[in-house]
Design a protein around this ligand. Structure first.
Ligand code: UDP
Length: 323
């Protein structure tokens, strides 16, 4: 297929672009490079530098490209930042995403694969979280993604635009060539590994008084290659739908630190800090639906393998993309 990847210079978009190309698809990346990196764009892909806020450019690019599908990764994704600046999140993750959906309709695109998130569930009333679990976000990031899920639902009803909303749990890991390089970095695994690299003195654990087995937050960490596999399968989904994407293994902040100590051989000093605003205590996915409907099968099931892939990438790219 010919696919436009919005946000293909970002962390998950770059790995997905590589995976699609490896599997014989043709890809054009559309990215503003505001948070992405030019060096993260697979050289086999085409590239249009543009912002989803630039509606005219987007409309023209989608029309000219004759794409069968659009994958939409181009969003802001920091829970903490969204609690300070909600407008930034609704403008980009909702308004600009609507530009993309309009461009898809106008350009005759068949389907959109949308990066949604576990943050749409807020503090879920059941664990593991199913597709039918009540969605009640507790931060503007999750709310902005839920709003766009609803936009897609109505665009499907009204315009016949197909979609798959993939609700990622905690994306982690690296491929041989592409990894995570955010500025500032806020995610747990890269920060822990910065300690192992000697770039930070210690890891701060945001709260150890949650109602979880060791008091620290529990998350479901999923490798970006497993996410990429899900995106490719979603291209051929027989009908539109929402899918949760995680391994089903809940790991606490302390367990992740312990796994990173094993992988790196570094003691990784840790200190307890206050809770971070907007963090739910436990997020664990039930991904049975996507396994059953689309045949998705994750390849990376344990924390050490995931962390090992990141550690390898960091050793090859100690300063990230260095741009
Ligand atoms: N976390 C932490 N210290 C850090 C960064 C993150 O204790 O320096 C915790 C955070 O509070 C959350 C978990 O690690 O419970 C995962 O956070 P991350 O930002 O990686 O992903 P999120 O779950 O927010 O999408």
């Amino acid at each position: 297929m010919k696919i436009m990847v919005c946000g293909g210079a970002g962390y998950i978009g770059s790995a997905c672009t590589e995976y699609l190309l490896d599997n014989g698809h043709e890809v054009v990346v559309f990215d503003s490079l505001v948070t992405g990196h030019e060096a993260a764009i697979d050289p086999r892909a085409g590239f249009i530098k543009g912002d989803l806020g630039n509606r005219d450019l987007l409309m023209q690019s989608v029309k000219d490209g004759q794409f069968e599908a659009i994958m939409h990764f181009a969003a802001f994704s920091l829970v903490g930042e969204s609690m300070q600046d909600p407008g930034k999140y609704f403008r980009n993750n909702l308004c600009n995403a609507i530009n993309m959906a309009d461009a898809a309709v106008a350009g005759g695109v068949r389907t959109i694969v949308f990066s949604s998130t576990a943050a749409t569930f807020g503090e879920p009333d059941e664990i593991p979280i199913r597709e039918t679990t009540t969605q009640c976000p507790i931060n503007p990031y999750g709310e902005s993604k839920l709003c766009f899920e609803k936009v897609l639902y109505w665009y499907n009803k009204v315009h016949g635009l197909q979609y798959a909303a993939l609700r990622y749990f905690n994306a982690a890991g690296a491929t041989e060539n592409f990894g995570e390089d955010h500025n500032p970095e806020t995610h747990l695994i890269p920060i822990i590994l910065q300690v192992a690299q000697g770039k930070r003195e210690k890891i701060m654990i945001y709260g150890d008084d949650y109602d979880t087995p060791d008091g620290t937050c529990v998350r479901d960490y999923i490798h970006i290659l497993d996410l990429a596999q899900a995106h490719m399968l979603a291209l051929n989904a027989p009908e539109s739908g929402h899918y949760n994407l995680g391994t089903g293994n809940g790991l606490s902040v302390k367990e992740i630190i312990e796994a990173a100590r094993k992988v790196t051989g570094h003691e990784i000093p840790a200190e307890i800090a206050p809770r971070r605003a907007g963090d739910p205590p436990r997020l664990i996915a039930c991904s049975d639906l996507i396994k059953k409907k689309l045949g998705w099968q994750p390849q990376f099931e344990d924390a050490e393998t995931i962390i090992e892939s990141v550690w390898k990438w960091i050793q090859k790219n100690p300063d990230g993309y260095d741009d």
